[in-house]
Design a protein around this ligand. Structure first.
Ligand code: OGA
Ligand code: MN
Length: 277
């Protein structure tokens, strides 16, 4: 990252391969004049943390729109409640999958570019959000692995992630998730920028053309590789923090927390700008 951009954004690195704190004021962020530098820093660092910036709902929407096109969760719903409390979010059960390493939107042709998450209510225990840099994880692989992996394709599905949090689902539940379908994605995403990142996580069911054991071993090995400490960052939230992650070059997960804790995060999303390729 250029020292000039770091200075303009008052940013400091968190870990060598992932994460930067950005210390700009709320007015500086909402003004939009730093948007293209922030986008560049996001691509390079994977995760940007704005400590205790305390955006209101309107400010979070405004800030999101300075960075790109806001992708509503559903028509008219700009902010989405990320909580396991089914009283606050009727689809809270689906969010149980967020406790396992994943990308957002592997079921979409064009996955979202980035998510912007703000902490409103914390859980007294657990509830960190953890990230790993899948660009860096790819780049640091030995060349022989890169050659072997480069052209592989992996079937992903939401129903595969169901088994992580509900190992013996009812047939009705399984069918509900199966209705979302499956998608075959490249294991290695070749971005327009020329960079490459790994596409894995809890929606990955199997590697095409491989036996079940060989496929499982490979997916587990790559998860272990990508989530090593040097590629990872665990964010311990304070109320008012906002964090953005580059959903095209990172994976993330929540660490376990009590669904009754009241933990409440508000999320906005940026429309994806390139399909998996
Ligand atoms: C998400 C997500 C993790 C968390 O919002 O997509 O996975 O810590 N959230 O709540
Ligand atoms: Mn997620």
């Amino acid at each position: 990252m250029s020292a000039v951009i770091q200075e303009k954004l008052k940013s400091t690195d968190i870990n060598p391969f992932i994460g930067s704190h950005v210390h700009l004021s709320k007015d500086d962020l909402l003004g939009g004049e730093h948007a293209s530098d922030l986008r560049q820093l996001l691509e390079e660092r994977g995760v940007l943390v704005f400590p205790e910036i305390h955006f209101s709902d309107e400010e979070q929407v405004l800030f999101t729109k300075t960075l790109g096109e806001l992708a509503p969760e559903r028509a008219g719903e700009l902010l989405y409640k990320v909580t396991l409390d089914t009283k606050a979010n009727a689809q809270a059960d689906y969010l149980k999958g967020s406790m396992y390493w994943h990308l957002d939107g592997t079921m979409n042709e064009v996955p979202i570019l980035a998510s912007i998450l703000s902490a409103k209510v914390l859980s007294p225990t657990g509830g960190n959000t953890e990230f790993c840099n899948t660009y860096a994880a790819w780049e640091q692989l030995p060349d022989e692995d890169k050659q072997m992996l480069e052209e592989l394709r992996v079937e992903h599905s939401a129903w595969n992630s169901l088994f992580y949090y509900d190992p013996e689902p009812s047939l009705a539940k399984a069918r509900e998730m199966m209705a979302i379908g499956e998608r075959v994605l490249p294991l290695v995403w070749k971005h327009r920028s020329g960079r490459k990142s790994l596409v894995i996580g809890c929606t990955a069911h199997h590697v095409e053309g491989m036996g079940s054991r060989e496929s499982a071993e490979l997916l587990i090995r790559l998860r272990e590789w990508a989530t090593q400490p040097q590629f990872s960052y665990s964010h311990k939230w304070s109320v008012g923090d906002t964090v953005i992650w580059d959903n095209t070059g990172t994976m993330h997960r929540a660490t376990p927390y009590d669904p009754a804790s009241g933990r409440m995060m508000l999320r906005t999303k940026l429309q994806g700008e390139e399909p998996f390729a």
